[in-house]
Write a protein that binds this ligand. Structure first.
Ligand code: URA
Length: 433
């Protein structure tokens, strides 16, 4: 079987066998298939799609390219939460301590941000000293000791995805439902949790721009996970504006801590409580979603989730004093207001553009190898439906480079449409659990 024949089959819409998919994925991971052949294959898969059997085979081949995490020594129910990627999405920083404070085991492997979407690894690394590079033994021990650990994915877990995702990023093949489903589910399965909740983002700041595609992605991932013996739930949630107010690593950590203190932006807290409630329900820790909501809200309001977050920080060599003193987080030198040029209501936000504006400040990376500045970012003062007056600040920029400010300010200004009616979209579109 030649690689060019596999590419030709995908180009001509013939269904590939498990063996053909395994061959191209494994050989690419091993460096035996060059980037130009894998790029051609990915573009053919992007354009012609993949059947469910092909998507499942791709997921399995990616899992088989590396190790599967051994969590057999963790006796409690192991839960995982994953977002398909958004702007200002710091839910992991809140949901993980909430889950652990409720008695669940949360072995969380996270990634870095790429393009307009942020990554948990980058956010947590803005906490001085925080160590994401845990060995498998340290990771498992910490979950057994305190209920949660948040680590960077090790190189031997789904190595094929690292290479394929980097290639997709530069070959315009990211926004493909089967490729996203295989990428996410291979990592989730290899990380061995019993229960997986997938937060599928939909809107202008997500890979899925409309509900039908978000639904299809959700259904595909549920089917893959269920076939592989996992309990999978999905929440399709809105990404037509940044989640909460903060976009940028240290700024997002501060907002997550506010929320763990029982405060924080209403939309962000609401989503954290909903996701936590679903996980608690799926893990049989409550009899209804309402009971789960009450338990999750309680852990935010009574300080138990905050205490758990402090334990996670300390256990991973970070400085827990950041919880009481945000000035210990990296601070940007300059702050600028982006002002509205008219009065009205925020009627639309180009959420990806806000994400890209934060990247321009240095909060994210355009390319995998770029470095980031943890201090910089954007605080959005105005949300969809909010009243705004001419000259009022729509957002605040936190920057370390004055020369970029006017370009970023005009991008942020352009991202906001000010209209005459106040429309607030629902934050949560659909739940399956
Ligand atoms: N997140 C992933 O891990 N993979 C994708 O393909 C898209 C988002």
């Amino acid at each position: 079987m030649r690689i060019q024949d596999i590419i030709a089959a995908k180009r001509d819409c013939r269904e590939l066998t498990n063996g053909e998919i395994s061959r191209i994925v494994m050989d690419y991971a091993a460096g035996e298939v060059p980037d130009y052949q894998m790029s051609a294959f990915l573009m053919a898969a992007y354009i012609n799609g993949m059947s469910f059997a092909e998507t499942s085979a791709m997921t399995q081949a990616m899992i088989d390219s590396g190790e599967v995490l051994d969590l057999s020594s963790i006796s409690k129910t192991k839960v995982d939460k994953h977002s398909t990627g958004g702007v200002g999405d710091k839910t992991t920083l809140v949901v993980i301590p909430v889950m652990a404070s409720c008695g669940l085991a949360v072995p969380k492997m996270s990634g870095r941000g790429l393009g307009f979407t942020g990554g948990t690894l980058d956010k947590l690394e803005s906490i001085p000293g925080f160590n994401m590079a845990l060995s498998p033994d340290q990771f498992v021990k910490q979950v057994n000791d305190i209920g949660a650990a948040i680590a960077g994915q090790t190189h031997d877990i789904v190595p094929a995805d690292k290479k394929i995702y980097a290639l997709r990023d530069v070959t315009a093949t990211v926004e493909s439902i089967p490729l996203i489903a295989a990428s996410i589910m291979s990592k989730k399965i290899a990380c061995s949790s019993d229960i997986i909740l997938l937060d599928v983002k939909v809107g202008s700041g997500a890979f899925m721009h409309d509900l039908p595609r978000a639904r299809e992605l959700a259904r595909t991932m549920i089917a893959i996970g269920t076939n592989l013996g996992r309990k999978v739930g999905t929440a399709i949630t809105d990404m037509n504006q940044p989640l909460g107010r903060a976009v940028g690593n240290a700024l997002e950590v501060a907002e997550a801590i506010d929320t763990l203190k029982g405060d924080g932006p209403a939309d962000f807290r609401h989503l954290c409580v909903e996701l936590s409630a679903i996980i608690l329900y799926m893990a049989a820790q409550c009899k209804s979603l309402d009971e789960g909501r009450a338990i999750a809200s309680g852990s935010l309001d009574n300080g138990s989730a905050l205490k758990k977050f402090a334990e996670i920080i300390s256990s991973q060599d970070g400085n827990p004093a950041v919880i009481d003193d945000y000035t210990l987080l990296p601070q940007a030198k300059y702050k600028y207001d982006v002002v509205s040029e008219r009065s009205g209501f925020v009627s639309e936000v180009d959420c990806a553009l806000i994400g890209r504006a934060a990247c321009m400040l240095g909060a994210g990376r355009e390319r995998k190898e770029d470095s980031i500045d943890p201090a910089v970012g954007i605080i959005t003062n105005k949300k969809l439906g909010d009243r705004v007056e001419n000259g009022e600040a729509l957002a605040e920029l936190y920057s370390n480079d004055e020369s970029k400010t006017s370009e970023v300010a005009s991008a942020v200004c352009k991202a906001y449409t000010i209209g005459d009616v106040s429309i607030v979209p629902p934050l949560i579109h659909e739940l399956t659990y």
